[in-house]
Design a protein around this ligand. Structure first.
Ligand code: 3HC
Length: 301
């Protein structure tokens, strides 16, 4: 890890100077990232497109903190302290003083590129980190939307963010070694996560392995090979997975699975990556999994 000289001569990790985080998007992943960072003591600004999305995102985050209170992981006073570290805004201009920004909006390349272009204009720190939590869009494309592609890197979290230890660090061809090391230091030293590195290839390491498996489960259901509960119970009881592939797809969100599958297919042209018709129709129908109340399983209750 590269170090920065302090005035008194001691060396400090650049990660220790990253105290102000911006999170763009307060959906499933953005709210989890903001929660983890605020619990780790960072000053966190969260941005959503409008007041209603902001309010829904804030409620999601508060519900997750309340779950921690109920489970005895934090006191009510600690929850309030964590909430005090969070600022909710609809303005991207509020991100001017951020040290690190993590974009976590829906998987739409144009929207993400516009966000990176806007951030490039407002963030003033010369060595700020511009990160994306994308699971399907090349980091290179997001870097090229800015004038500082050497500072753009993938920082890919896993759902539920407060629970899963892993973060994938994904440099593009133009990301500098300083940015990669600083991002890794930020994620491990400030957020307490474990990292692996991946090249900027569709799916990175984990989704490139996981998504074909999830798609295979959808095809198995679609073809009438086995029922949803049997497929899920098979992998939980037979292979000690914490949840079966259809329930996991519901947790991740079927729209996200479809986006990752399309990006894998576009990159590698392997039939096993192509999203099966059942998945496409469910997304069209708004059956997105747990977040919409229904996917392969029902969550209405
Ligand atoms: N937020 C915070 N904590 C949560 C949580 C959430 N949303 N969901 C569960 N937890 C915590 C609980 O508080 C509990 O903590 P404790 O053991 O310290 O009390 C622990 O996790 C276990 O929770 P539960 O007992 O309620 O439920 P389960 O034992 O069924 O665990 C699960 C739920 C953690 C989701 C577990 O089933 C699991 O790990 N599943 C696999 C998830 C996975 O594979 N995620 C990766 C998806 S891929 C991805 O995200 C990449 C993307 O790009 C597609």
């Amino acid at each position: 890890m590269q170090t920065v000289d302090r005035v008194d001569g001691a060396a400090v990790s650049p990660a220790s100077t990253f105290t102000r985080l911006g999170v763009i998007g307060c959906g499933l992943m953005g709210s989890g990232i903001a929660e983890v960072a605020a619990r780790a003591g960072l000053d966190v600004a969260v941005r959503e497109v409008d007041r209603s999305a902001l309010s829904a995102g804030r409620s999601r985050l508060v519900a997750s903190l309340d779950r921690g209170v109920r489970g005895g992981k934090l006191s009510e006073a600690e929850r309030d302290t964590v909430l005090g570290r969070l600022t909710f805004t609809t303005e991207i201009d509020a991100f001017g003083d951020r040290d690190v920004v993590v974009e976590a909006v829906a998987e739409n390349e144009q929207v993400k590129s516009e966000i990176f272009a806007a951030l490039d204009k407002v963030v003033s720190r010369p060595d700020a980190i511009f990160a994306s939590n994308t699971s399907s869009i090349p980091i290179m494309k997001l870097g090229m939307a800015t004038s500082r592609p050497e500072q753009v890197v993938g920082i890919h979290f896993f759902n539920p963010v407060p629970v899963q230890k892993l973060v994938e660090i994904v440099p593009s061809l133009l990301t500098s070694a300083e940015t990669v090391n600083a991002a890794q230091g930020f994620v491990t030293e400030r957020l307490g996560k474990e990292v692996i590195r991946s090249q900027d290839r569709a799916g990175f390491v984990v989704n490139a392995l996981l998504v074909p498996y999830l798609l295979a489960a959808v095809r198995m259901l679609e073809s009438g090979f086995a029922a949803a509960d049997d497929i899920d119970r098979g992998m939980v009881l037979g292979c000690a997975h914490p949840m079966g592939p259809l329930r996991l797809s519901d947790l991740i969100g079927l729209d996200t699975i479809k986006a990752v599958a399309e990006s894998l297919y576009e990159e590698f042209k392997e039939p096993l990556y192509s999203p099966p018709p059942l998945l496409m129709r469910m997304v069209d129908a708004g059956l997105l999994g747990k977040k919409s109340g229904r996917g392969f399983h029902n969550y209405a209750a």
